[in-house]
Write a protein that binds this ligand. Structure first.
Ligand SMILES: [Zn+2]
Length: 328
């Protein structure tokens, strides 16, 4: 049974196969309802890795099937455990607390129920953060509002912060956890906080060994994207043109390659392309050199607007729309 987020290097070396499922019927130990659960028999890692450590399969994602859930009473548990008898205090907890969150719920709400149950069971902060992270993987691609996403990411960041502060994070996972707190802050829209955390990860002695260097460098660069969206729209390419811009242009191209070869949000691909364009313009690139990047950022902003319009408030929506229409 899946229990912890496996260190990234291990995830990347998982063997690949087809995603296959079996269907099983289990009695809910709280309300007795017969629940049909899908059990993952095998999966693959052909889909690439996300900036939130989700190792994607081609086809169905494995984490859709790591949880069993009873809509009748709100009980949620790891699928390997779902159907087994529960201690009396846990049964009482489900009846008193989780029943208020029962009913047909999306996957991330089910993981939230499991998180609440695990908290009651006395799980560590790192374990709780991992459970919510899986829920986040289900939530991330969806068209839900920023306010909603904020609550979810904020809970993960708080758990990671507390675990880091309490020294509960294993030394070999320190870089990954600091990076993850940074990335969740970025996805939450808190760019200053994200930047501070990415910069902290940059200075960690184990960064190179952790295999996280490319992640940290490209995500740190993306923290500037919201500001640069505005500058590009105003045609403000003033200043710069020096070594720093040349370096940032190369980093942004690296980020673009990384996002294109892995699972990524369209907005991150759009922003990486935007940054290449921005720095390229400051460096005096020719219009032929700039043209592909305009195409890339336009195409990906358009895709983002189609997929997740609820994510943006009116002001951001206008900017993203204007960039999608940039120099037609
Ligand atoms: Zn039940």
């Amino acid at each position: 049974m899946f229990r912890r987020i496996v260190p990234l290097v291990l995830v990347l070396s998982l063997t690949a196969g087809a995603t296959t499922l079996e269907t099983d019927t289990r009695a809910c130990p709280v309300c007795g309802e017969e629940i049909e659960v899908r059990v993952l028999v095998s999966t693959n890692n052909f889909g690439g890795v996300g900036t939130d450590f989700a190792q994607h399969a081609v086809g169905d994602q494995p984490w859709w099937y790591w949880i069993g859930y009873s809509p009748e009473c709100g009980y949620a548990d790891w699928v390997g455990r779902f159907g087994e008898e529960l201690p009396d205090d846990e049964t009482a907890f489900v009846r008193e607390t989780l029943s208020g969150r029962a009913g047909e719920q999306p996957l991330w709400e089910r993981y939230y129920n499991l998180y609440l149950l695990e908290e009651f069971r006395g799980a560590t902060g790192v374990e709780l953060a991992d459970t919510l992270l899986i829920g986040w993987w289900c939530l991330r691609p969806e068209n839900v509002s920023q306010a909603y996403r904020y609550n979810y990411t904020d809970a993960i960041i708080t758990l990671l912060d507390e675990a880091l502060e309490a020294g509960e994070v294993a030394p070999e996972q320190l870089v990954e956890r600091v990076y993850l707190a940074a990335e969740m802050s970025r996805l939450e829209g808190n760019y200053d906080e994200a930047k501070r955390r990415f910069e902290e990860a940059m200075l960690m002695p184990d960064l190179a060994e952790s295999g996280m260097s490319d992640f940290v460098v490209s995500q740190l660069l993306l923290c500037d994207a919201p500001e640069i969206r505005g500058r590009v729209l105003e045609g403000d390419f003033s200043g710069g043109g020096g070594m720093d811009d040349a370096e940032d242009a190369v980093t942004a191209q690296g980020a673009w390659e990384f996002f294109s070869n892995n699972v990524s949000d369209a907005i991150d691909r759009a922003d990486a392309a935007l940054l290449v364009y921005y720095y390229g313009t400051r460096l005096g690139w020719t219009s032929d050199e700039l043209a592909p990047w305009i195409g890339r950022f336009r195409e990906n902003y358009s895709q983002e607007l189609k997929l997740r319009p609820l994510l943006y408030d009116d002001g951001e929506m206008e900017i993203v729309q204007a960039l999608a229409d940039y120099i037609k």
